[in-house]
Design a protein around this ligand. Structure first.
Ligand code: HAM
Length: 428
């Protein structure tokens, strides 16, 4: 047993998995470009209050899953690792006066998030999200555009059978009356409620609907549904979102029990699932509208909508379908030497080629030339550059390992020759 291991709920992404993650990041960056979202970064930690106020104090994410950083004695402020990106992005929107920029401001973040979750497959304490936010547009067209961009991500990433679940969860006009109804309903079943849910009944009854406690499943299924208690404004907005979705041809299902786990949502809410896996609380991604969040974090009232797609879960889904392999690219050439001890000459030639943008490895083990050439073939290198006595006259031997041919090449032409060979090799 090694003495140290990665912390529980985290994992090392070894090169194969890391390459898969970078590929997904590439799809996300490309889509962000095409849809007009500009990349930014926020700190990995924020004042705890940003999350408490933004996401809501009575939510799983803040109550149970926040990684709080113990403040050093001289600092009054408490910090926490970011459990998601939206609160931080909106904090930045307010801090940097982005309400004076042309609206909407479309921003995106790709990076790790941290939640003190109970670790299990698809649930980690450090995980990666692609997050996108459009701030300053009340919708409904941008809502559909947002849902479609996320859907397209799964298509381009190669995840089959992704289903969009869609709902409207009301706004300040219709939610209060609905919450009264909901509270009365759960109050009638109070004796059946687990302790946490009973506590939340007074502070945040909506959170009972996304409870992870299996004892709640039947109660939640029979609870009054927000979709049936929307005000006129929310009803019209939702109808228009659906009409835009239909126009875009994105398949979706209206799911009246979908409420999401964060407090900032208003109106449009959506999640992405693998078809058939909707019941397992393992969404591939989710998002929604948050028309009150900018104001809540100290800005001028500004509507917004966004999503976050969990990249770890996409990698898992791809692994299930066997579509994760990102091929390792072999070096174009390996620089070997006739004099086993002269590693400096090999490094010098390799350095020259790398400076010209070529992918080369230098053989640094002081072994016989024959053995050096064997490892070059094993690496699937196309060429070996043999550094020997000819170097004194400014020449090296260039050996084509696939054709088995060899010729003398001036060092000054070597990079050019290799680059040309690489090109014809790729096209041939
Ligand atoms: P969320 O639903 O909390 O939303 O998370 C979005 C996605 O992140 C989930 O669907 C899941 O794929 C992934 N995820 C969450 N927790 C974990 C975990 N412990 N391990 C692995 N993956 C996880 C948000 O984060 C909102 N900020 C989305 C949003 C953006 N709403 C508006 N704008």
């Amino acid at each position: 047993m090694p003495p140290f291991r990665a912390p529980r709920g985290t994992r090392d992404l070894l090169p194969d998995v890391s390459a898969g993650l970078r590929r997904l990041e590439g799809v996300a960056r490309s889509l962000s470009d095409r849809y007009g979202y500009r990349a930014m970064e926020t700190p990995m930690f924020e004042q705890t209050a940003v999350f408490e106020r933004g996401i809501g104090e009575v939510t799983d994410v803040v109550e149970k899953e926040l990684f709080r950083i113990a403040p050093r004695s001289e600092e009054a402020e408490g910090w926490a690792l970011r459990p998601e990106a939206t609160a931080g992005i909106v904090r930045a929107f307010v801090q940097h006066g982005m309400q004076t920029w042309p609206q909407p401001v479309k921003l995106t973040v790709v990076g790790p998030m941290f939640r003190y979750d109970r670790p299990q497959a698809g649930r980690y304490r450090q995980f990666w999200q692609w997050d996108a936010e459009a701030i300053g547009d009340p919708g409904p067209a941008v809502d559909a555009e947002m849902v479609e961009m996320g859907y397209r991500f799964y298509v381009e990433a190669g995840v089959p059978d992704v289903q969009v679940l869609l709902n409207s969860i009301g706004d300040g006009a219709c939610r209060p009356a609905y919450l009264e109804l909901l509270t009365a309903y759960f109050r009638r079943h109070e004796t059946q409620l687990p302790e946490l849910e009973r506590r939340r009944l007074d502070s945040n009854p909506l959170r009972l609907l996304d409870s992870k406690d299996p004892a709640m499943t039947a109660l939640v299924a029979a609870a009054p549904r927000i979709g049936e208690h929307l005000c006129e404004g929310c009803t019209a907005h939702f109808a228009a979102v659906k009409a835009h979705m239909d126009a875009l041809g994105v398949p979706y299902r209206v799911e009246p029990t979908l409420v999401r786990g964060l407090d900032y949502y208003t109106r449009t809410a959506f999640e992405y699932y693998r078809r058939g896996a909707e019941g397992q609380q393992q969404a591939l991604g989710g998002g929604g509208r948050y028309d009150g969040l900018v104001e809540l974090l100290g800005g001028r009232a500004t509507p917004g909508i966004g999503f976050a797609l969990g990249l770890d879960r996409v990698l898992l889904a791809l692994a299930e379908t066997g579509a994760t392999d990102v091929a390792e690219v072999p070096p174009l050439a390996v620089v070997v030497g006739a004099d086993p001890a002269d590693t400096a000459a090999r490094l010098r030639v390799a350095s020259l080629l790398r400076g010209e943008g070529l992918r080369v490895r230098a053989e640094l083990a002081p072994r016989k030339l024959g053995r050096q050439l064997e490892t070059a073939s094993r690496d699937h290198a196309h060429f070996a550059v043999i550094v020997g006595d000819e170097l004194a006259e400014g020449n090296v031997q260039l050996k084509d390992l696939e054709a088995g041919t060899q010729r003398l090449v001036p060092l000054v032409d070597l990079a050019h020759e290799l680059a040309r060979a690489a090109k014809s090799h790729h096209h041939g």
